[in-house]
Design a protein around this ligand. Structure first.
Ligand SMILES: [Zn+2]
Length: 107
């Protein structure tokens, strides 16, 4: 059975963003969704685990509620930032409407 490294935080953020996206007052295009996910992931600790594809879902369920609350908080904050300055309309090669480092900042 092949094992691979997986960041469970990423799985939690992506699945929670899917659940929350319709309640978030922001653009729902791919780019904005991924920007929101990036924002949240850069502020949450990584949770790496060696796993197999089949085991993945059961591993996700070990994440506790406190951590899920933190994830929801960061997603909400990320949505507010992306809403203020969406990058989806950026013309390739032109200056970005807001700087990437905003998404990368950890505090
Ligand atoms: Zn968008």
């Amino acid at each position: 059975m092949e094992h691979f490294l997986r960041n469970l935080t990423e799985d939690i953020v992506v699945s929670q963003l899917d659940e929350m996206i319709n309640r978030l007052d922001c653009c729902k295009c791919d780019k904005c969704r991924l920007d929101i996910a990036s924002y949240a992931l850069n502020r949450l600790p990584a949770k790496y685990i060696a796993t197999t594809q089949g085991e993945l879902m059961s591993k996700i369920s070990i994440i506790d509620n406190d951590f899920r609350m933190r994830v929801a908080t960061e997603i909400t904050k990320g949505a507010a930032i992306v809403k203020k300055n969406p990058r989806h309309a950026a013309v390739p090669g032109s200056p970005l409407p807001y700087p990437i480092p905003d998404l990368l900042k950890t505090e």
